[in-house]
Design a protein around this ligand. Structure first.
Ligand code: HEC
Length: 194
């Protein structure tokens, strides 16, 4: 109950921020070139989940996973051809309130679209997982910087304390991937395959 109230407050207040900062027609995305500076190395490269010992994502909180995994080390265990996972991700996307800002299908509402090949901080699984967990302000404090501009510029709120476990978030991100309708080359960020 409390969680739902928190989500509703977050959606209401930040959706307003999105509406107020809409810049009208979307300019061509300013894609970072191949020479973009790499993100600074993590200061705490401890306890990386290794392939040898599969992580039970249902038992780990998103924030714990982010804090314990070196940058670049988060990989979605699912893919968007797994229709049952996509369906669960869709359910989570709605129940956690993502749809309130990004639209029911992730195509954008008052806040930016998630499915168009413009990746504000890059489109890797690792970056998206951290963005949703930490929010955009803390993400930048962790050394990530803006690579592209969407038609709306506002903060993405942190969901690390709201999403119950990392598995729920991986499923949400799988759903977002399944909705992708941009240039195939940019599905996972720019440059392709990053
Ligand atoms: C209160 C409104 C709001 C809610 C709720 C919200 N977001 Fe966001 N989201 C934003 C805003 C605003 C941005 C753009 C951040 C920026 O420009 O720094 C964003 C950015 C993103 C991005 C990056 C998009 C891109 O093009 O690079 C992803 C992915 C994302 N959100 C996923 C989610 C998910 C998943 C949820 C639910 C767990 C969620 N958001 C809930 C407002 C919201």
């Amino acid at each position: 109950m409390t969680r739902r109230v928190m989500i509703m407050i977050a959606v209401a207040s930040l959706a307003t921020a999105c509406a107020m900062t809409t810049q009208g027609a979307s300019p061509a995305p300013a894609k970072a070139g191949a020479g973009a500076a790499p993100v600074a190395a993590s200061t705490k490269p401890a306890a990386a989940p290794s392939a040898a010992t599969p992580v039970d994502y249902t038992k780990i909180k998103p924030l714990t996973l982010v804090n314990e995994t070196p940058k670049g080390g988060l990989h979605n265990p699912y893919n968007d051809k797994q229709t049952a996972i996509v369906a669960q991700g869709k359910h989570n996307f709605q129940s956690y309130g993502c749809s309130g800002c990004h639209g029911g299908g992730g195509g954008g509402g008052m806040c930016p679209p998630l499915i168009n090949g413009v990746w504000i901080y890059g489109g890797r699984d690792d970056t998206l997982f951290r963005l949703v967990t930490l929010g955009s302000i803390a993400l930048q404090q962790h050394g990530y910087s803006r690579e592209a501009i969407e038609n709306v510029v506002a903060p993405m709120p942190p969901f690390g304390g709201i999403i119950k476990n990392a598995d729920d978030l991986w499923k949400i991100l799988t759903y977002v991937r399944s909705r992708y309708d941009g240039n195939a080359a940019y599905k996972y960020g720019n440059p392709p395959g990053q």
